[in-house]
Design a protein around this ligand. Structure first.
Ligand SMILES: [Zn+2]
Ligand SMILES: [Zn+2]
Length: 414
C-alpha cells in the first residue's frame, strides 16, 4: 500500500479484516515489498494495480519477508467454499512450508501455482483428517507434477507406536500401494517416497527442524488425546505460531510469547454447533470446553500473548457464524484480529503486516519449477500378469496414426 492511507485503529481494522486487505501495523511506512497491491491508477487505459488483492506469482518476496496463505480454515465436514486446515508459509530465503494439509486444501494450494518441486515439506499438527486428509493429492499430484525429491512430513509421535506420524506415513503408503506400484514404472519412483520425521509429542519448545536459518519448534497441544502439537516458526527475528487444534494451555501461552502472528483455532459457538452441525447440546459444550477453544477462550489466550496479529480459524466463516464468534472473542480480546477464511494472505515484514485476499485460478496447472525433471526408472516392469489385458485391447493404430505421426515428427520421437 502507498501513501495517502493512514493507520486505522485495531478495532476498525479487525472489522474490516472480514472483507478486504489493509495494513494492520500501528506505524504506517512505505513497504519495501509487496507492491503489486496499493499502486496508483494513473490512466484510464493503463494498468490498475490498486486492487488490494494478491495475485499469486506476481510478487517477488522480499528477502526479509514472510508470506502466509490460508489454504484451509474450515472443519472436518468437506465444504466446497472452505477447506480444512492448511497454511502455506513462504519465506524470502526461498523456503516454503505447509503446516497441515486438511481435507480439500490441496485445490487451494494448487491455485497458488507454486512449482511442485518447491512444496516438499509438510508439518502436521496432528493426524485428524481435517489436518492431513489431503496428503494424497500432494503426494501423487506433486509426484506427477514435477517434484524431484521424496515428500517429507514432520509430525508428532503418539501414546503408542501405531498412533504416531511414522506409522501414519508407512500405512498411508501401504494403502496407496497400487497407486505407487503402477506409477513407479511410468515415472521416476523417488518422488513417490515419503520421509517421516517423527518427533516426541511431549517435547516442550523443542527444535524439530533447523535449516537455512529457519527454526521450527513444537510443544504439546491438548486435543482429543496424546499426540497433537503446536508449532512456532522462527526466522530472521520473526516468529509465527501455528496452534493446530488445542484447548488453551500454559505451554501455548508460554511458547507463543513474542510472536508476530499467532494462528489459533476458535470453535463455532455451542449454539452454532447445535444449529448447523446438528450436534446435541451436551456435545457442543464439550467441543468448546474440552477438546477445542471457545471464542471467549481464544480471546483470553490472545490477551495473554498479545501478538501483533491474532488469526482465528477452524470454523465455517459465513454470515450465520462469524459475528457470534467475533463477539465472543471481543469479550476477552481487543487487539488486532483476523477472522480467517480460505485464500486470505498475510505479508509479514519489519514494516508491519498486510492482509489481503488471494485471487487465483479455479483452473490452475502445475507450473515448472527450477529442478530438472527426473527420468523414469527403466529397470522397473509393470506387475501385469493377466494376458487378457493385452489381448482384449482394441486395435487403435489406424485411428491414432494421423496425429501420432505428426506428433512424433514434430518432437523427433521414435
Ligand atoms: Zn483435531
Ligand atoms: Zn481440526
Amino acid at each position: 500500500m502507498r501513501s495517502g492511507q493512514t493507520a486505522i485503529g485495531a478495532l476498525t481494522l479487525a472489522l474490516a479484516a472480514m472483507t478486504i486487505g489493509y495494513f494492520i501495523g500501528v506505524s504506517f511506512q512505505e513497504p519495501q515489498v509487496a507492491q503489486a497491491a496499493g499502486g496508483k491508477v494513473k490512466s484510464p487505459v493503463g494498468t490498475a494495480p490498486d486492487r488490494y488483492v494478491y495475485y499469486p506469482g506476481t510478487e517477488k518476496l522480499g528477502k526479509d519477508e514472510i508470506r502466509i496463505i490460508a489454504c484451509g480454515t474450515g472443519m472436518p465436514a468437506a465444504r466446497r467454499g472452505q477447506a480444512a486446515s492448511c497454511w502455506v508459509f513462504e519465506l524470502g530465503n526461498g523456503d516454503k512450508f505447509i503446516f497441515d494439509l486438511g481435507t480439500g486444501s490441496m485445490a487451494n494450494v494448487m491455485s497458488l501455482m507454486i512449482p511442485a518441486d518447491m512444496l516438499t515439506k509438510v508439518f502436521a499438527s496432528h493426524l485428524h483428517t481435517d489436518h492431513v486428509g489431503d496428503l494424497a493429492p500432494l503426494w501423487a499430484g506433486g509426484w506427477t507434477g514435477g517434484r524431484t525429491t521424496p515428500l517429507e512430513i514432520w509430525g508428532p509421535s503418539g501414546s503408542r507406536k501405531d498412533m504416531g506420524t511414522a506409522y501414519f506415513v508407512e500405512h498411508f503408503l501401504k494403502a496407496y500401494n497400487w497407486d505407487y506400484m503402477t506409477r513407479a514404472v511410468k515415472v521416476n519412483p523417488i518422488p513417490g517416497k515419503i520421509i517421516a520425521h517423527e518427533f516426541d509429542y511431549k517435547g516442550e519448545n523443542q527444535i524439530v527442524y533447523r535449516k537455512n536459518g529457519v527454526t521450527i519448534r513444537s510443544w504439546p497441544a491438548i486435543h482429543a488425546g496424546d499426540g497433537p502439537v503446536s508449532y512456532a516458526l522462527e526466522w530472521k527475528g520473526y516468529k509465527v505460531v501455528f496452534g493446530g487444534d488445542t484447548f488453551p494451555n500454559t505451554w501455548f501461552v508460554k511458547y507463543a510469547k513474542n510472536a508476530d502472528i499467532v494462528i489459533h483455532e476458535a470453535m463455532l459457538t455451542a449454539e452454532q454447533l447445535r444449529k448447523y452441525y446438528n450436534q446435541p447440546p451436551s456435545r457442543t459444550i464439550m467441543m468448546n470446553t474440552d477438546i477445542h477453544t471457545s471464542a471467549q477462550a481464544f480471546g483470553k489466550v490472545m490477551s495473554m500473548i498479545k501478538p501483533k496479529l491474532a488469526i482465528a480459524y477452524h470454523f465455517f466463516n459465513e454470515e450465520g457464524t462469524r459475528y457470534g464468534i467475533y463477539d465472543g472473542i471481543r469479550e476477552t480480546y481487543d487487539g488486532p484480529l483476523s477472522m480467517a477464511t480460505d485464500m486470505m494472505v498475510w505479508n509479514l515484514t519489519k514494516q508491519g503486516i498486510t492482509e489481503r485476499m488471494a485471487v487465483s485460478s479455479d483452473e490452475a496447472w502445475d507450473v515448472p519449477g527450477t529442478e530438472k525433471g527426473l527420468q523414469p526408472d527403466r529397470s522397473r516392469k509393470p506387475e501385469t500378469i493377466w494376458k487378457e489385458l493385452v489381448e482384449q485391447r482394441l486395435d487403435m493404430s489406424e485411428v491414432n496414426k494421423g496425429w501420432l505421426d505428426e506428433y512424433r515428427t514434430k518432437y523427433n520421437l521414435k
